[in-house]
Structures are given as structure tokens and as C-alpha cells.
Design a protein around this ligand. Structure first.
Ligand SMILES: C[S@@+](CC[C@H](N)C(=O)[O-])C[C@H]1O[C@@H](n2cnc3c(N)ncnc32)[C@H](O)[C@@H]1O
Length: 307
């Protein structure tokens, strides 16, 4: 078989896999974020074995990728391949006003809402993370202005949000990133973050389970890293920053947001100096440090650069 006929066969296989109503709906649904088989079955109102069969066919032609998080298997659209490009092209031709697609999206919003409620009700630690959610527009504006000044076009490139919790920092910074990953050790946190961040339409954000002291990424694979209310609860904040520095590209940025009260509880009287010290120990150059009043607390926003 020549190389050319192999490409032809692969294309026909892909087109065959796409040319089926449920599979088209399934791809349209997954363009709104990562979902489990159970969630997809619930949204589409079909049995799990049936959905699994469709998912397998789409995975076989590389239109989808699957990954495991503890006992749950998630699916998402593949990115960066020929198959991915063709799927995106097909999805862009679908009429967003189609009643079937609209009904699927409504059902997806209901399933995500249930997920947020059940994870928040069950897991007190995750609920505590959600308390930091930036629901105050003025506060968000001030954080963005502390980070970017007046430069509206400044992009974070590929962003990694470490200890993403409920995904609140991705909700704030996601729009500024070309692609973003939310990382957390807790699968419950990731379930919540997916529901909230994808539910907010930030579908270019993906989620991954991992440890901030041993990041599952290669050297120099991100342009920006954020730690939002994470370093002050970390046993080894300095080591977490050293690991962040490893996966940052040259001139990449580390963004740290912390509550000064929590830093003071760590025994420091100079919270800004503590963050500067953590940066310095990790070989990062501190570029900005700003205090922002946030209700009954003060947030510190620090930015450092990998040289
Ligand atoms: C206080 S919450 C902050 C969450 C989120 N950044 C926010 O501000 O809403 C801390 C998060 O760090 C995560 N975390 C703790 N240790 C971690 C580790 N070693 N690696 C990755 N994430 C970790 C926790 O699961 C939790 O979701």
C-alpha cells in the first residue's frame, strides 16, 4: 500500500465515522469541554453502552482522545492533528441555531449544574476553594490591571493554573490565554473546575490531575503559570515555584495571588517580602507586586519572570 492510499483510506474512515447523527451531536457536545461517558449519555438521553460504542469509533479515527482520572474515563476533542482540523471544520459548518444542538446544550448546562452542586455539597475542601471565586467584577478588573496594566492585547500564551481548585483563576485569566491547563491533585476539584470553566464557555481550557511538586510536563512547555491561593497552603512553596520555573519558557511569567491574612498566619509580618523571597529562591525575577483590597481582606498579586 502506498503512503497516498493510506491517507485516502484514513480520510474515508474518518468521514464514515463522522457521518452519523449521534456521533455528530457527540462531537458538537464535546466541543464545549471534557465529559465522561455517563455525562454524555445523560445529556443525549441514550444508554451508556450505545454512547461508548460511538465514542470508541470516534477515538479509533483520532477524532477524540480519552483519558482516565481515577475511576472516571473522560473524552475530549483531539487537537493539533489532521483529524482534529477536519472535525473543527465540520463543527464550524453546523448551524448553532439547530433545535437539536440547542436542546443538547440546555441539557449539558443542567448536567453541569448538578455536578457543581453535588461536588460542592460533598467536599468541604473544594467548597472552601470555591469561596475564593472572583464574583466581584471590580476586583477582577483590578487584578487584570495589576497584571497587564493598560495592555489589553497582552496574552498569557499557554497558561498552566496550578492548584486550580474550582477553576476560579482560569475563569479570570482564561480569555487571555491561547490554551490553558488547570492542574490539581484532587479529582473532585477537577470535576468542579471543568463544570464551571467549560460552563462559562472557556472550552480552550483543559484539566489534568497532577502534583505541583512533580508536574507532568516537559521543560519549557508553558508561557505562564498561575498559583491562586495555593502557595500559602503548600508545605513547600519554594519547591513548587522551582518546579514551575522548570516548565516555563524563557521570559515566561509566574503569577501569584495570595490573601495577606493567610501569609501572616504563616508567621510573616511582611507578606510581600515573603513572596519576593520565594521568587528569588526559585531563580525568578520579581517584576510586580501589588496589594488589592478585596472586602475584608487584602489580596497580593505578584508577577515574576523566568530569565
Ligand atoms: C485553597 S485551594 C485554591 C484553589 C484555587 N486556586 C482557587 O483559588 O480557587 C488549593 C488547591 O490546591 C490543590 N493542591 C493542594 N496540594 C496540591 C499539589 N501538591 N499539587 C496540585 N494541587 C494541589 C488543592 O487540591 C486545592 O484545590
Amino acid at each position: 500500500m502506498t503512503e497516498c492510499s493510506f491517507i485516502f483510506t484514513a480520510l474515508i474512515d474518518l468521514l464514515r465515522a463522522l457521518a452519523e447523527p449521534t456521533r455528530c451531536r457527540l462531537l458538537a457536545l464535546l466541543s464545549h469541554g471534557e465529559l465522561t461517558v455517563g455525562e454524555i449519555a445523560e445529556v443525549l438521553g441514550q444508554s451508556q453502552p450505545r454512547i461508548s460504542r460511538h465514542l470508541k469509533l470516534l477515538s479509533d479515527v483520532a477524532a477524540l482522545e480519552r483519558f482516565r482520572e481515577e475511576q472516571r474515563i473522560y473524552y475530549r476533542l483531539t487537537t493539533g492533528t489532521e483529524a482534529a482540523a477536519l472535525v473543527l471544520q465540520m463543527l464550524s459548518r453546523l448551524d448553532a441555531a439547530d433545535p437539536v444542538l440547542i436542546a443538547d446544550l440546555k441539557q449539558l448546562a443542567i448536567v453541569r449544574d448538578q455536578r457543581v452542586r453535588s461536588v460542592s455539597a460533598q467536599w468541604a475542601d473544594i467548597r472552601r476553594c470555591a469561596e475564593y471565586t472572583y464574583s466581584d467584577d471590580q476586583l477582577i478588573k483590578e487584578i487584570l490591571s495589576a497584571l497587564f496594566g493598560k495592555n489589553d492585547a497582552d496574552s498569557l500564551g499557554e497558561l498552566l493554573d496550578i492548584g486550580t481548585g474550582s477553576g476560579s483563576m482560569l475563569s479570570v485569566l482564561g480569555k487571555r490565554a491561547k490554551h490553558a491547563v488547570g492542574l490539581d491533585v484532587s479529582t473532585h476539584a477537577l470535576r468542579l473546575a471543568r463544570a464551571r470553566v467549560h460552563g462559562a464557555g472557556l472550552n480552550h481550557c483543559v484539566f489534568k490531575r497532577g502534583d505541583m511538586y512533580d508536574l507532568p510536563f516537559d521543560v519549557a512547555s508553558f508561557d505562564s503559570v498561575s498559583f491562586d491561593h495555593v502557595l500559602s497552603i503548600a508545605d513547600k512553596p519554594g519547591q513548587a515555584l522551582v518546579e514551575a520555573e522548570r516548565i516555563l519558557r524563557k521570559n515566561g511569567r509566574v503569577i501569584v495571588v495570595e490573601d495577606t491574612n493567610r501569609l501572616t498566619e504563616l508567621g510573616t509580618e511582611k507578606p510581600q517580602a515573603l513572596i519576593r523571597y520565594w521568587f528569588e529562591r526559585a531563580g525568578l525575577r520579581c517584576d510586580k507586586m501589588k496589594s488589592i483590597p478585596a472586602g475584608n481582606k487584602t489580596l497580593l498579586v505578584g508577577v515574576a519572570t523566568r530569565q
